[in-house]
Design a protein around this ligand. Structure first.
Ligand SMILES: Nc1ccn([C@@H]2O[C@H](COP(=O)(O)OP(=O)(O)OP(=O)(O)O)[C@@H](O)[C@H]2O)c(=O)n1
Ligand SMILES: C[C@](O)(CO)[C@H](O)COP(=O)(O)O
Length: 234
């Protein structure tokens, strides 16, 4: 695949984590969560460059991570925006010339495996757009603002969407431009691409690729990391 760029978005406030320090900088197995994520992309031969999107006040500490952790693929560190979508848009503008494929990944998903990233990328190479996801395990209900159940969608068609999400760069640029023009705000990039009419393909990932979102996710992430040390099986 020609020229693959990754955008790692890490400009969120982490309000659901309720810590003074933004969650992407909390330690996991002795390193900031974000560093684990960046190290993964550093190791993936197929990824040529990484654009890191962080809070305005965090650019200089992330510059220092580059030398401290040998993150040579991180070519640009840019300030993000108010919504995740804005942060991705700003990251898109910072990709090196000649980039043809893009992987968008949450800085707070440090546990995705290299194999899954490559599976997602491979699927995008033949379909233009692919995302990792897992089938939901619970019964999901639609509940109204009175706390009453409105409906129960068929679980067979429900998937929890993860990152990375991989796209041909020109397609994702078009999707962001369209969303911007329409004032549409989505919680992931697939939603924006879906609006262009292009089919987004799902690649089954695994349940270990959690997004560190709320306090109970941290000990679970530590356990997953610990269980991988030595054999790399999870
Ligand atoms: N304006 C934003 C919002 C989110 N993100 C990033 O998008 C990813 C997924 O977002 P989420 O887990 O929802 O993070 P936060 O927005 O930080 O969390 P919260 O909603 O609890 O405040 C995170 O890596 C986060 O840093 C971002 O780059 N820019
Ligand atoms: C992109 C994403 O990780 C897919 O699950 C997620 O939508 C982004 O974070 P949020 O929790 O929706 O803010």
């Amino acid at each position: 695949m020609n020229k693959v760029g990754a955008i790692v978005v890490a400009a969120g406030k982490g309000s659901r984590m309720r810590t003074a320090e933004s969650k992407q900088y909390l330690e996991l197995a002795g390193k900031p969560i974000l560093v684990h994520t960046l190290e993964l992309f550093e190791r993936i031969r197929e990824v040529d460059s990484v654009v890191l999107v962080v809070g305005e006040g965090d650019v200089s500490r992330c510059e220092s991570y580059k030398t401290q952790y040998g993150l040579d693929k991180v070519t640009r560190i840019v300030a993000g925006g108010g919504e995740r979508q804005d942060s991705v848009s700003l990251g898109l503008k910072a990709l090196p010339d000649g980039t043809e494929w893009v992987l968008v990944h949450d800085g707070v998903r440090p546990l995705v495996s290299e194999q899954q990233v490559l599976a997602c990328l491979d699927k995008a190479a033949v379909t233009e757009a692919a995302v990792l996801a897992v089938p939901v395990k619970d019964t999901i209900k639609v509940v109204n603002d009175k706390g009453h159940i409105v409906s129960t969608p068929d679980r067979k068609s429900l998937w929890a969407i993860q990152t990375p999400q991989a796209f041909r760069l020109s397609l994702l640029l078009q999707a962001h431009q369209m969303a911007g023009q329409d004032g549409f705000v989505g919680t992931d990039d697939a939603m924006l691409v879906e609006r262009t009419g292009v089919t987004v393909h799902v690649v089954e990932g695994d349940y270990y690729n959690i997004k560190i979102t709320t306090p109970e996710d941290l000990p679970w992430a530590e356990w997953i990391m610990g269980s991988r040390r030595g054999d790399g099986s999870k």
